[in-house]
Design a protein around this ligand. Structure first.
Ligand SMILES: Nc1nc2c(ncn2[C@@H]2O[C@H](COP(=O)(O)OP(=O)(O)O)[C@@H](O)[C@H]2O)c(=O)[nH]1
Ligand SMILES: [Ca+2]
Length: 406
């Protein structure tokens, strides 16, 4: 790329600037249909030399709320939200590359929890939107993603962005993702013992960038942050009787409110007369996680990358900087949970669920996965300005399957 500055360059963002649109630049569009929102990621890649991994030159990211599952009974309206986001890609990708730019949507836990019929109705409306667009629509371009792939692809993203998947001496790092409806844990086991002690369906071999990775990964459906709220309230998978009230010691005493999740209305509130605070709350939350998750010994001493709701709740309570993220230990979540739960009136203006959320995160990490108090968590939203999301790994995988990269 020459250093000449052309008069038109300042009118274009770098990724659509004509002078930068070279033969070795290509694009990929990946939609994340999550339980709480739908997001588009438009990636620009540059293949600098045929034997090296492609580089991610940029990402355009936009999101809408609520997620597709909120449109379970209006699939066309759901697909409209996808169309709005896809229109951004028309502006971002140079027209001569539209036909070569693949577009894919993968849905996660929100759609996994819907009936097959409702999920399929939504997906086929989305497929129509794709087919009316000028982009490349591969086979299986719209579907529900396997839970194991969700964890693996996020692991690929983080380890690619931190440079661990190229060259010698790879020191990969495990990943923790906490969504609204499900949660994932993924790492590359270092010890034979770990593989021996692990149930077969927790280990998946995955081929990427000419290497095969045998990863420990699992997605726990119903253990996302919002699903865990319902489970703590005793309302998950319940036939809700009209007007029924669900109470918890993790909520402010005087609170009484309503909440819509997965198309159902729930009434919830605090323990008016009874106990509130960290101790009773922890016991409540413990019932949700205790004995429900597999605990691999190997992870106790290693550090993990954590994102999504781990990041959001840590940032909400100033444990980390909202923009830059930070490094924490598991015990920091517990300390903050105690502070919030034992002073709920002081945190009134924040979400009424802050105490419950922090307590759940603490219990999930300690009693669920079996992490130690001093396990180090690296909280990141972005690495080198690219979102830490399974979507980048999924886009690489897509490009590889289309023969656009090796
Ligand atoms: N770092 C990062 N977090 C994201 C991105 N997209 C969604 N999230 C987070 O994911 C969480 C919501 O989970 P969601 O995907 O809706 O639910 P799921 O279907 O259970 O995985 C929130 O904490 C979001 O901030 C992204 O591109 N990058
Ligand atoms: Ca997600």
């Amino acid at each position: 790329h020459s250093n000449r500055v052309m008069w038109f360059q300042e009118f274009f963002p770098p990724n659509v600037c004509p002078i930068n649109a070279k033969a070795n630049t290509f694009y990929g569009i990946m939609f994340d249909a999550g339980s709480t929102g739908t997001r588009i990621h438009i990636y620009t890649f540059v293949q600098k030399s045929p034997e090296k991994l492609p580089e991610v030159e940029g990402e355009i990211f936009e999101s809408v709320k609520p997620g597709l599952s909120a449109y379970a009974d209006q699939p066309e309206k759901g697909a409209e939200t996808v169309k709005t986001l896809l229109d951004m890609a028309i502006d971002a990708v140079p027209p001569h590359l539209w036909k070569k730019t693949p577009v894919v949507l993968k849905a996660t836990a929100g759609l996994r929890l819907l009936s097959e019929e409702k999920a399929q109705a939504l997906l086929s409306e989305v497929k129509e939107v794709f087919e009316e667009s000028p982009f490349l629509v591969p086979e299986d371009s719209v579907g529900i993603m396997d839970g194991s792939h969700e964890g693996i692809l996020a692991w690929i993203t983080v380890n690619f962005l931190t440079g661990q998947l190229s060259g010698q001496n790879q020191q990969t790092v495990g990943t923790l993702d906490l969504g609204g409806a499900s949660t994932q844990i993924t790492f590359l086991p270092r010890f034979e013992e770990t593989l021996k002690e692990t149930p077969g369906d927790f280990v998946t071999s995955f081929e990427m960038f000419n290497s095969t990775y045998k990863l420990y990964t699992h997605s726990y459906l119903g253990f996302g942050l919002k699903a865990a709220r319902l489970a703590t309230l005793g309302a998950l998978n319940m036939e809700v009787v009209d007007g029924q009230m669900f109470r918890s010691s993790c909520l402010p005493k005087q609170l009484e409110a309503e909440w819509h999740f997965g198309g159902v209305k729930y009434r919830y509130g605090g323990n008016k007369e009874g106990e509130t605070g960290f101790k009773p709350c922890y016991l409540e939350v413990l019932k949700v996680v205790k004995g429900k998750l597999h605990q691999p010994d190997e992870i106790r001493g290693s550090s993990f990358y954590a994102f999504s709701y781990y990041y959001d709740r840590a940032a909400d309570t100033n444990l980390i900087d909202y923009e830059r993220g930070g490094v924490l230990e598991v015990r920091d979540f517990e300390r903050k949970a105690k502070e919030v739960c034992d002073n709920m009136e002081r945190y009134n203006s924040a979400s009424p669920f802050l105490c419950m959320d922090l307590t759940y995160i603490t219990a999930l990490l300690k009693e669920g996965f079996g992490f130690r108090d001093n396990t180090v968590l690296k909280l990141t939203k972005k690495v080198n300005n690219i979102e830490t999301s399974w979507t980048l790994g999924a886009t690489f995988y897509l490009l590889q399957s289309l023969g656009m990269t090796y």
